[in-house]
Design a binder for this molecule. Structure first.
Ligand code: GCO
Ligand code: MG
Length: 444
């Protein structure tokens, strides 16, 4: 007699929730659950598998964890768009044999032991793989408890998740038009960029190409045109779109630290909601100087992998928003600890949420956003119809608010057959070098 039959015999049924098809939970009261499962074998992990798919031509990696209860599985995001294959190998060749046979319930124990199973740790590939396993276990826990994951984290602190959207254009006028459209769609927070990161479209002289240095396909960006265009863009959008719209900007570590500090000081009159990634993680030492120079709110974190990168910045109140890419730091089990750390220093969340986070990852962001007091803002992107078909139950955005599918777990499923139809793009995913006119490499 398998586990489910035994529970049924006791008049109980496991709460296998698959997108809202969870059976009534009322036959498992907490005290009965312990009695009912006493002596039953713990639920085991039977398989851990990386699934690669690219419905929007972005290399998504989702981990599926299957269990000894037929039909009960979990999904976790392990998306590292620039290096998807080593993440998938780390999952299939290392985490799968490590996790098989272990108890599906003990998420923290699994995380702590999987984290050190490679001995060397805290890198982007292994953290993403670990996140896939970790988030899948939270998804399973929610299905078993017949609750959305945010309930397991303490329930809702807000009715939905306030979001920001991206607006850009190759001129301040174009950015203004894009902002007006986003405001009409109900967004109250909007990230504005003049062109791509660092406004490469404004670069005049790619002198290194004339000198036949590096490759012609390498791109160029200059500091001055970007800085001036950004100030002009804020001036235009703030005066044209009014005082109440919240404007964000991402420097994306593209200019030297003192240039970033001077740019942020020049943006003060336009009241940015936050300025993101003023420095590279290697330049974390500049945050102290930045804090002495300006009170513009600062967001940082999408490139962080290691607790040494965020603990001091947060505990010294040197940043206002922590923007880690949750799978990049090792999953939901880590992100919720980061959120708790932030609460004591009033550092708010702004989890990384661009196109290269899977809908499972966006759901994990949103479940955590719902359950923490020190929520800041959530980055949101448009999911195409194909993406929504591959990932039924993906979060939705209405009038600038994100909603999760109120099903047990993260509420997102995967159609594996359809996922297989969206193979990864030919290009392996590395970023082409960005260079100053003399050819010096720019941190992208
Ligand atoms: C953001 C990020 C992204 C990253 C991208 C890297 O703020 O959303 O900067 O745009 O550049 O996720 O792959
Ligand atoms: Mg960014």
């Amino acid at each position: 007699m398998d586990r489910r039959d035994m529970l049924k015999a006791l008049g109980l049924s496991t709460a296998v929730g698959a997108l809202g098809m969870a059976r009534p939970q009322d036959d498992i009261a907490a005290n009965n659950f312990a009695k009912a499962t006493k002596g039953l074998p713990p639920l085991k992990i039977t398989n851990v598998k990386a699934i690669l798919t690219a419905p929007q031509r972005i290399r998504l990696c989702v981990v599926k964890v299957e269990t000894s209860e037929p039909g009960l599985y979990g999904l976790g995001c392990a998306t590292f768009n620039q290096r998807p294959l080593p993440v998938a190998v780390s999952v299939d060749e290392y985490l799968a044999p490590f996790a098989k046979g272990r108890d599906v319930d003990n998420i923290e124990d699994m995380w702590q032991n999987a984290y050190t199973s490679s001995y060397w740790r805290n890198g982007p590939v292994l953290n993403n793989a670990l996140s896939g396993l970790d988030q899948a276990l939270w998804d399973i826990k929610g299905k078993r408890a017949n609750m959305p994951v945010y309930q397991l984290l303490g329930g809702k602190c807000r009715f939905a998740v306030d979001c920001y959207t991206h607006c850009s254009g190759n001129s301040p006028e174009r950015v203004e038009q894009s902002v007006r459209r986003a405001m009409e769609r109900g967004f109250r927070h909007i990230r504005i960029q003049c062109g791509g990161y660092g406004s490469p479209h404004l670069t005049k002289g790619a002198h290194f190409k004339d000198a036949d240095f590096a490759l012609p396909s390498d791109s160029t960006m200059e500091v001055r045109p970007y800085v001036e265009a950004t100030v002009e863009m804020f001036d235009r959008v703030r005066s044209a779109c009014g005082a109440s719209i919240e404007l964000l900007h991402d420097i994306h570590e593209r200019i030297p630290p003192l240039e970033a500090i001077n740019l942020i000081k020049r943006l003060e009159p336009y009241r940015p909601f936050f300025i993101e990634d003023p420095f590279s993680p290697e330049d974390n030492g500049y945050f102290k100087l930045l804090r002495q120079q300006t009170s513009v709110p600062i967001a940082m974190g999408e490139l962080f992998n290691n607790p040494h990168e965020w603990v001091e910045l947060m505990s010294q109140r040197l940043i206002d928003f922590i923007r880690v890419h949750i799978s990049q730091v090792g999953g939901l089990s880590v992100a919720r600890k980061i959120a708790t750390l932030g609460e004591w220093f009033n550092v708010r969340s702004a989890w990384h949420g661009p196109g290269d986070v899977s809908p499972v990852g966006h759901a994990a962001n949103a479940h955590l956003d719902l359950a923490i007091w020190n929520f800041g803002i959530q980055e949101a992107v448009h999911f195409s119809d194909e993406t929504r078909e591959v990932f039924p139950g993906s979060p939705t955005v209405e009038k600038g608010y994100m909603y999760v599918n109120e099903a047990p777990g993260f509420g997102v499923d995967i159609d594996q057959k359809l996922a297989a139809k969206f193979a990864l793009p030919e290009h392996p995913g590395y970023w082409t070098p960005v260079r100053r006119p003399d050819g010096t490499a720019v941190r992208p």
